[in-house]
Design a protein around this ligand. Structure first.
Ligand code: GAR
Length: 195
C-alpha cells in the first residue's frame, strides 16, 4: 500500500514533528513526511527536518500583505509537495476559511488540552487554575476558527499534587508525542476519515 504523504507545518521547537519523523522511520508505519513548512525562519524544527533529509520551506507571514495571500502561497507549496494531509505541529497561525475549505478534512492539528476546554494559549496554567484533575491533548480536524473542528482522538493525563504549568506541560507533551503518530496511523488506514 502507498504511504500517506504528509506536509507538516511548524513555528518552533518541532518536538511533535520529531515524533512524526521517528514514527515514519519505522518501515511499517503507513505514512511519510514529504515537506515541512515553517512561518518562522529560525524554528528549530527546520533543523530536525533537514537532519531527516526532508524538504523544507520557510514562508514568513510578514512578507505577505494579508492572511489570504499567505495561505494561498502555502497552498501552492503543499500542492507541489504532493502531500495528501496537512499536519499542524505547533504552527501558531490561524488559517483562513479559504484555506481550510480548500483542504477540507485534510488539515489536522494537535492542541495541548482536552478540547473544547482551553482553546488558545497557556492551556496548562489555565487547567491548573480551573482545578482540573485531568488534562491532556487533542488531535482534531481544523476548521476556520481558533483550535476548532471535530475531534479525532484525545489522550488524557492526570494533574498531580504540586504540578506547575511546566511539569504539567511536560507530561502532556509526552502524551502528544504518542498521540500524533497514533492518529496518523488511524487516518492512513482509514482514508474515509479524511477524504
Ligand atoms: C505543542 O504543545 C502543541 O500542542 C502546541 O504547541 C506545542 C508545539 O511544540 N500547539 C498549540 O498550542 C496549537 N494551538 P513542538 O513545536 O515541540 O511540537
Amino acid at each position: 500500500m502507498d504511504k500517506l504523504k504528509l506536509a507538516v507545518l511548524i513555528s518552533g521547537r518541532g518536538s511533535n514533528l520529531q515524533a512524526l519523523i521517528d514514527a515514519c522511520g519505522d518501515p511499517d508505519f503507513p505514512a511519510m513526511i514529504v515537506h515541512v513548512v515553517s512561518n518562522v525562519a529560525d524554528a528549530y524544527g527546520l533543523v530536525r527536518a533537514a537532519d531527516a533529509n526532508i524538504e523544507t520551506t520557510t514562508l514568513n507571514h510578514k512578507d505577505y500583505k494579508d492572511r489570504e495571500s499567505f495561505d494561498a502561497a502555502l497552498t501552492v507549496i503543499v500542492e507541489n509537495s504532493g502531500a495528501e494531509l496537512i499536519c499542524l505541529a505547533g504552527f501558531m497561525r490561524i488559517l483562513s476559511a479559504g484555506f481550510t475549505e480548500r483542504w477540507h478534512r485534510r488539515v489536522i492539528n494537535i492542541h495541548p488540552s482536552l478540547l473544547p476546554d482551553f482553546k488558545g494559549l497557556d492551556t496548562h496554567a489555565r487547567a491548573l487554575a480551573a482545578g482540573h484533575v485531568e488534562h491532556g491533548c487533542t488531535v482534531h480536524h481544523v476548521e476556520a476558527g481558533l483550535d476548532d473542528g471535530p475531534v479525532i482522538l484525545q489522550a488524557r493525563v492526570p494533574v498531580v499534587a504540586g504540578d506547575t504549568p511546566e511539569t504539567l506541560a511536560a507530561r502532556v507533551l509526552l502524551a502528544e508525542h504518542t498521540l500524533y503518530p497514533q492518529v496518523i496511523k488511524i487516518l492512513a488506514n482509514n482514508p474515509e476519515l479524511w477524504l
